[in-house]
Ligand binder design. Structure first.
Ligand SMILES: NC(=O)c1ccc[n+]([C@@H]2O[C@H](COP(=O)([O-])OP(=O)(O)OC[C@H]3O[C@@H](n4cnc5c(N)ncnc54)[C@H](OP(=O)(O)O)[C@@H]3O)[C@@H](O)[C@H]2O)c1
Length: 259
């Protein structure tokens, strides 16, 4: 089982919160560290985390990952995607993007290969705990294997635009640290938000289980990518907006990032 994936070389571009969690989960599941490469953007803090997790040997560069790996996982913030540059890949390579907001068309035009899958998981803690809920579009055998190895409870959506709802759902464990989902106004807001996409309510309910018992600032900061969608939702709540209005702010931020 999973033999195909375990024979591949996997490169993670962006060894931040999500990239690191994915790397650690792959190694925990028996993936060979010789076949795993990671890049980052020179932050000392990230280097220390890689060092602490015994991953220094896996550090590589974006260009080597692009040249050497069969499966490339994009885990940089959406705002940084353009600066990574063109990859010039052929269709033998699979790109799996964990990025919010950046469309498959944009990824294809920058990466070259037309083998692109997008996946939006809940945060890094849920990946490390094998409890992540995720949605992907489209599906392919290799990415399905990857999500299986990562223990994702993964929905395959029929349409890429629906991933915008998963971007919002992915923020909910952090959002629920601030807006209690058992309060009836908040519950109503979740149902209202999910009117156009009913599975959102089901996913939101799974996200309630991902709220840490001691919901600390560390948890919220690990899921709130700087300038990202979670941050937009939390700042809406902070300014006194309702949960519904704040989730709409998140959608708006997602839309801005896609440009
Ligand atoms: N956090 C979540 O809960 C969550 C959930 C679903 C999807 N996502 C998506 O996952 C992606 C990563 O989120 P995150 O929270 O892991 O962000 P993060 O912690 O800020 O990590 C981003 C990583 O990208 C690296 N990076 C930036 N520019 C780079 C470049 N030019 N080349 C190589 N690496 C570069 C950064 O390097 P340095 O460390 O050196 O700065 C950092 O390690 C985002 O696109 C986000 O939309 C996140």
């Amino acid at each position: 089982m999973c033999k195909d994936l375990f024979d591949k070389r996997i490169g993670i571009i962006g060894a931040g919160n999500i990239g690191l969690s994915v790397a650690l989960k792959l190694l925990e599941k028996g993936f060979s560290r010789d076949n795993l490469s990671l890049s980052y953007n020179a932050s000392i803090f990230t280097f220390e985390r890689l060092y602490d997790n015994d991953l220094v040997d896996c550090i590589s560069s974006n260009s080597r990952i692009v040249d050497e790996c069969d499966v490339i996982l994009l885990c940089v913030p959406p705002q940084r995607f353009k600066e990574i540059g063109d990859f010039g890949l052929d269709d033998s390579k699979l790109v799996v993007s964990f990025m919010a907001a950046i469309s498959i068309d944009d990824i294809i035009s920058q990466c070259g290969t037309s083998n692109v899958v997008r996946v939006i998981p809940t945060g890094p803690d849920s990946i490390r705990d094998s409890r992540a809920v995720a949605a992907c579009y489209p599906s392919c055998d290799l990415s399905d294997e990857l999500f299986g190895v990562l223990d994702f409870d993964c929905y395959t959506f029929d349409c890429e635009d629906d991933l915008d709802y998963m971007v919002i759902a992915g923020c909910l464990p952090a959002v629920f640290c601030v807006a209690d989902p058992s309060v009836s106004d908040n519950r109503d807001d979740i149902c209202r938000f999910g009117r156009d996409f009913p599975v959102f309510v089901e996913i939101a309910s799974k996200c309630e289980d991902l709220v840490p018992r001691e919901s600390g600032d560390d948890f919220v900061s690990s899921v709130a990518t700087g300038g990202g969608v979670t941050e937009a939702i939390l700042s809406g709540l902070d300014s006194g907006k309702s949960l519904y209005e704040s989730l709409c702010d998140g959608l708006e931020r997602n839309e801005e990032l896609s440009k």
